[in-house]
Design a protein around this ligand. Structure first.
Ligand SMILES: [Zn+2]
Length: 308
């Protein structure tokens, strides 16, 4: 099914009791806006909803929202419309005028970032309060999901306690590979960027004077599945015993940064680790790392690790 069709079905559902319109007609209206007028789909959807609200002489609040109750752990696709009952775990400082509030929502299954647009004109959310939030739309950036409060969102504070769940993932297995971009790396010095430089260049800011950092992008194999894990500077030092200064010395002596990752490879490849932390796209970010003495009971892992 196309995206347009999906939106048309959802809009149609919202008006199915009030208006005598078919899904095709809704889709046509969306299509005209998106194809002929190059309007982004979300805006087209809002515009079509406004038109139908006028026709039905309804307020947004009266829209039947269908059954879209969800939990944070269900969020795995962008542009899905859903309702969440969640606690405002944290509020952050908005970085742009277009954003009214930004922070973290949580329920028993985990946490998710939220953004509330200034133009959506919604009431203020308080940190620590629990809300029933209707008609949020999901978004995705570099594998990380968020929800957006928009002009169709409903907010209702509820008298409910929520024990916010820990969405950390735990993986274990033998370290069977270290990916490129590991070891002693350089990052863009722009504090909002910090991209890893390729040959001294940031893909956003061009040639820059990079700042040294350490990291390992590793692959753990548990015998059945592989898990990609990122160790930051601190975790890398704990894992390999090589700190940033030492790594820079090594690279200076050898006139090559590759020596650092080579040394790390020797230390960690074939060893068993248990790693837990939040996920970012396909990676688990290592918050806690434990070295295991033995394989987590899968012989296959051992054979694979030794054959490297
Ligand atoms: Zn940059």
């Amino acid at each position: 099914m196309t995206d347009l069709r999906q939106h048309a079905i959802e809009v149609h559902e919202q008006f199915s009791d009030e208006l005598d319109v078919g899904v095709d007609e809704v889709e046509e209206r969306l299509e005209t806006l998106v194809s002929d007028y190059r309007v982004p789909i979300e805006e087209a959807r809002r515009s079509v909803i406004s038109t139908y609200l006028d026709e039905a002489d309804m307020e947004r609040e009266q829209l039947s929202d269908g059954d879209q109750a969800a939990e944070v752990a269900d969020i795995d696709e962008p542009e899905e419309w859903l309702d969440l009952t969640a606690k405002v775990v944290e509020l952050w400082e908005p970085r742009a005028d277009s954003i009214a509030q930004v922070g973290l929502l949580g329920d028993e299954t985990g946490t998710v970032k939220f953004t509330k647009w200034a133009k959506s004109d919604l009431s203020e959310l308080d940190e620590g309060a629990v809300y029933r939030l209707g008609n949020l739309v999901t978004d995705e950036y570099e594998g990380r999901f968020s929800v957006k409060l928009n002009s169709t969102t409903t907010i209702e504070e509820v008298d409910e306690e929520i024990e916010v769940g820990d969405d950390a993932t735990e993986v274990e297995g033998a370290m069977v590979d270290i990916q490129s971009g590991s070891g002693l790396i350089k990052r863009c010095p722009d504090e909002d960027c910090t991209r890893v430089l390729q040959n001294g260049r940031c893909s956003e800011h061009g040639e820059v004077d990079g700042e040294f950092d350490l990291r390992i992008k590793g692959v753990l194999d548990d015998g059945g599945e592989v898990h990609e894990v990122i160790f930051d500077q601190e975790a890398t030092e704990a894992l390999t015993g090589i700190g940033l200064e030492e790594a820079q010395e090594m690279a200076k002596d050898a006139l090559d940064t590759e020596v650092v990752v080579e040394e790390m490879r020797e230390t960690v490849l074939g060893r068993y680790y248990r790693v837990s932390g939040p996920t970012l796209g396909r990676y688990v970010l290592a918050n806690e790392t434990e070295t295991l003495e033995e394989a987590p009971d899968a012989e296959g892992v051992l054979i694979k690790a030794r054959s490297l």
